[in-house]
Design a protein around this ligand. Structure first.
Ligand SMILES: Cc1cc2nc3c(=O)[nH]c(=O)nc-3n(C[C@H](O)[C@H](O)[C@H](O)COP(=O)(O)OP(=O)(O)OC[C@H]3O[C@@H](n4cnc5c(N)ncnc54)[C@H](O)[C@@H]3O)c2cc1C
Length: 317
């Protein structure tokens, strides 16, 4: 293993002072796996676990501000989240295991990296891990990978559950820059599409930027759904997931997980909700580039959307 330095910080300012080259450690449940497999080999680790940022506070606008270090279990158990943002609690509880959720954090979960098998296998080409080496997935095993938002350089899927719920809720990611100042990145723009240039960039963060919070707008009302389809019923990543907020008049918002490099949603798909699952799926998958192995995800997603919309219709009857 390559040697690295390790520092504990006690504030966000101290973490930011660590500079652009440092890797932040939150729960460590993703980063440390990558270090053990030598997918990443950072020179410097900065441990955020004593830096605060671990509370959930109301905002002046009537929403909630979730600190970057709030653990996934604590967020899913918060009474305000359960009452007003149930899709978020359900998505978190559909992910990983109790032990991992006790450790994993809001920021770390958002920043979790793809589960593409070629990203994990350092003997094989992966443009994300080793820019310019190629994408083994293009002619390889792509069953779990993305069907839309991909490019010839990368077929990776975003594996997270929480981010899909945050997309449907229109959350913002608050980040602080090393030179001072903060900005809020809409969740829709936080995860990057691979595009046609190297290196394949994954997140909208600039070097050294630190996530300090995730901000939820005021509650959207409606009934909340999170349905995840996977190879086994727990402790597995989504083949397809659907997050939805459906209003009493049958309108709503919908986002998909497991099908793209980011939580996948569009205004056209939301507008199509009253017209049924096929119309929603047609809007969401316009321009899809499935591989032979993963084309089934489009049918699976359409059926999962249909199941959610049927459940919502029944609840309104
Ligand atoms: C066996 C297993 C099964 C899993 N199943 C699921 C699942 O079904 N669904 C799901 O959604 N997830 C699943 N996960 C992923 C899990 O949710 C993530 O590992 C976890 O959320 C990462 O959070 P963390 O705090 O441990 O991140 P870390 O590992 O500490 O960090 C991850 C990345 O985020 C960066 N980072 C952390 N905090 C900040 C910050 N404040 N600012 C900037 N960068 C930061 C780190 O530098 C690192 O690059 C699974 C994980 C495992 C190991």
């Amino acid at each position: 293993m390559k040697a690295f330095t390790y520092d504990r910080v006690t504030s966000a300012d101290e973490a930011l002072a660590a500079g652009a080259g440092a890797s932040f450690v939150a729960g460590g449940t993703n980063l440390l796996d990558h270090m053990k497999l030598q997918i990443v080999t950072p020179d410097r680790l900065v441990d955020l676990n004593r830096a605060g940022m671990d509370t959930i506070e109301p905002t002046a606008q009537g929403g909630l501000r979730i600190g970057a270090l709030v653990r996934n279990s604590d967020l899913a158990a918060d009474s305000r989240i359960i009452a007003d943002y149930a899709v978020l609690a359900r998505a978190i509880l559909a992910g990983a295991s109790g032990q991992i959720r006790n450790r994993a954090t809001t920021a770390g979960n958002l920043m979790q990296r793809t589960r593409c098998p070629y990203f994990y296998d350092t003997a094989l080409a992966c443009n994300k891990r080793d820019p310019g080496s190629g994408c083994s997935a293009q002619d390889g095993h792509s069953r779990t990978l993305a069907v839309i938002g991909t490019s010839d350089l990368c077929l990776c899927q975003n594996p997270g559950d929480m981010a899909v719920a945050l997309r449907v809720l229109d959350a913002g990611v608050e980040v602080a820059a090393p030179g001072g100042g903060t900005r809020t990145i809409p969740i829709a723009e936080f995860h990057q599409l691979p595009g046609d240039t190297l290196p394949v960039r994954e997140f909208a963060l600039e070097p050294g930027e630190l996530i300090i919070a995730v901000v939820l707008p005021p509650p959207a009302g409606g009934t909340h759904y999170y349905r995840k389809v996977r190879d086994r019923s727990s402790y597995a990543f989504a083949l397809v997931s659907v997050a939805a907020v459906i209003q009493p008049d049958g309108t709503g918002r919908i986002a998909l997980g497991g099908v793209a490099p980011r939580p996948w949603a569009s205004e056209g798909a939301d507008a199509a909700i009253p017209h049924g699952a096929k119309a929603v799926a047609a809007a969401l998958f316009e321009g899809a580039r499935p591989q032979e192995d993963n084309a089934f995800k489009i049918d699976l997603a359409t059926r999962t959307i249909a199941a959610v919309l049927a459940e919502a219709k029944e609840a309104r009857a």
